[in-house]
Design a protein around this ligand. Structure first.
Ligand code: FES
Length: 102
């Protein structure tokens, strides 16, 4: 595992989310009141991009069928989503967004 720089802290303000791509994998990065979080960007229901959806409190709501996941843990919280979303360690170092990546 290694920390990969994927962007700059200044690219997101609190309440924002943004898609980044690492090794061809779309990753959703969230800057919330509680801190920074990262999940897979692809919904586990039918492959929609979650960064095209909406943040609702601590959840990301999928734009396709209204399913949702807990951003911090990846747990599926609303049907039709039942499969957990992958989450990734994330940190800010010297103004850079870094994700722990294999
Ligand atoms: S693709 Fe996300 S809820 Fe169906």
């Amino acid at each position: 595992m290694a920390w990969e720089t994927i962007g700059e802290e200044s690219e997101l303000t609190i309440g924002d989310m943004k898609q980044y791509v690492i090794d061809g994998e779309p990753i959703a990065v969230y800057r919330l009141e509680r801190g920074w979080f990262a999940t897979a960007d692809t919904c586990t229901h039918q492959d929609c991009s979650l960064t095209e959806g909406d943040v609702d409190g601590q959840e990301i709501v999928c734009p396709c069928h209204g399913g949702a996941f807990a951003i911090e843990t990846g747990r599926a919280t609303r049907m039709p989503c039942v499969i957990r979303l992958e989450t990734y360690p994330i940190r800010i170092r010297d103004g850079h967004i870094e994700i722990e990546w294999t």
